[in-house]
Structures are given as structure tokens and as C-alpha cells.
Design a protein around this ligand. Sequence first.
Ligand code: C5P
Length: 322
Amino acid sequence: RGILGEVWDDEMSSSMLGNRLKKVVQNYQAMNKYGVKVSGPGGVSSRPKLSGPKLLCQMKIQVDVSTLTSDFQPFSSLPWASQLPSKQLTSNLGPYKSCAVVTSAGSMRSSGLGKEIDSHDAVLRFNAAPTSGYENDVGSKTTIRLVNSQVMASEAHRFLSSSLYSSGTLVAWDPAPFSADLTQWFNRTDYPIFTQYQRYRMLHPMQPFYILHPRFEWQVWQRIQDNMAEPIQKNPPSSGLLGTVMMMSLCEVVHVYEFLPSRRKTELCHYYQRFFDAACTLGAYHPLLYEKNLVKRMNQGPERDIYTHGRITLPGFNTLNC
Ligand code: C5P
């Protein structure tokens, strides 16, 4: 390795993991909780490795950043339909010139990136990630918060009452069956996303709150699998990648922090918790290792930015000529 030290290699493979994590990943690769159907050319090794611009165009053209609206079946015939937004997230928010995506990685700690993050027009944060007490490293602005249904449903996170969730726009998602329509998903969500959504909307009716269309998560999953040389976990991508792609549809330029670990890389799972597990950075349930390979290939910023700032630079979809 050169003077820059180690930065993420875009051909990371589960074979490079330690034995414990390798087994966990292999188990998830074999499990198929959501009934994923692998389509397209089966020969995983015969795939051409696409250039960054080609991958970006695939993402722009083949992924639809869509959210639920009150006129979608089966919601339109339910009594609480009017709690759902009447318009798409992408027509109500943005466009923003510059956006920051702040991952929750332990390596955000002691980064001193707070000022730089807050200088963006919009800032995306994830799940229970706080700003209070961590402003110097992660900033204090929250424009959008992407939360998964597990966090929404967990007692410990106090989703309905904690002020952590009250700034900016909320966006929620839930792992849905791979080929399910909205009715099948509605009847079989991973966690009770819809009851929690209704409760939250009653308590905080003025805060904008969207739910991602489950098709979106699997379209992103397909982009990862189609561009990897081995089978990836048949589970949805992490909030980090879903949020990054969402911001690419709202912003001209997106900076993502500590998704690809900087020189501060650590086994500390989250910057806000004393819990250590390499799986948080390398993936177990989520195909996170492969998400990172894909993001490394799409990155338009210099390698040095990754090493020093944990920063990658992605173009907004609207700036791409595909
Ligand atoms: O754990 P949580 O999903 O709330 O973290 C938000 C996102 O930050 C993750 O989905 C993942 O993409 C990213 N992350 C990471 N490395 C970590 C912790 C989180 O890349 N150690």
C-alpha cells in the first residue's frame, strides 16, 4: 500500500473477512427470507466491470426513488390514507445544490467534520444518530432523517416521543418481500411500520413524513448484485446506501462521510455508542461490503479525500447526461 495508507478496495470479497464474519455472511447469502429471485446472466464471473459513469447511469435509469402517496392502493381505501403525503418526496423536497450524507460509523468520532457537514444545503442522517453532544464531529443540521422500521418499533429508541426525530423531514423504510405488491407487503411487513407511522403522524402532524416504496430498495439491491462477481446477501441494502441514492435524486452534488472508512477506521460500531463489532462496517445482514465496492467505483472525488475525511463525492442524477 502507498503513502495514503489503506482505503477501501473496490473488489472486496467475503473471502477477505475474518472467519467469524465470513460464516455470518455466508449464512445470510444462503438464507432467502424475502424470496429474492436472481435474474439475468447467471454466470457471476463473466460480468464486465463497468466504469463509474456507466454505473451512475444504471443507477439513474434503473432505480426509481419513489415514496408512498395517499392515492396508492391499498392505502387509498384505508381510513388513514390522508396521513400519507399527497405528493412524492422528490417533488416536495429540493433540488439542493450540495448535500451531506452522514453515516453513523464509529470513525465519525474525532473527525472534526461538523462545520464542513453543516455547510451543505441539506444534511441526511440515519436512524437514532444524535447531533447533540457530537456537533464538532457530525454537525448540527438535520434536513432529512432516514429511519428503518426496526428503530420505529423498538421501545428503546422512543421513536414516538424522543426529540431526536423532530427536526427536518422523516423518511421511513421496511424490508419488503422481493416481488410483493404493496398489499402483500402491507400484510407482511418486517416490523410494524404502518402502525408506528400512523401513531407518529397523530402526535406530530406538522412534520413531513414519507415512506419509501419497497420497490426502491430491491432496485438498488439489483444494481449491487448485477455488478458484483459473487452472490451478495439476499437482504435489502443498508440505510446508508438507500439514503445516498435518495439524496442523488435531490441534490446536484452529494458528499458521503465515513461510508468508506477514513484513516480513523475503527471497530467502534456507531459514533454515539460504546459497542464494537466489525460487522457494522463490513456488513452481516446487509450486503454492505458490496454496497461499498459499488460506491467506491462511482466515487468522483480523489482517493485522498477518503483517507483524510472519509469523504466520497457523487453527482446528482440531474447533472448526468445518460
Ligand atoms: O447502523 P445504522 O444503519 O443506523 O447506520 C447508518 C448507516 O451508516 C448504515 O446503514 C451504514 O450504511 C453506515 N455505517 C457504516 N459503518 C458503520 C456504521 C454505519 O458504514 N460502522
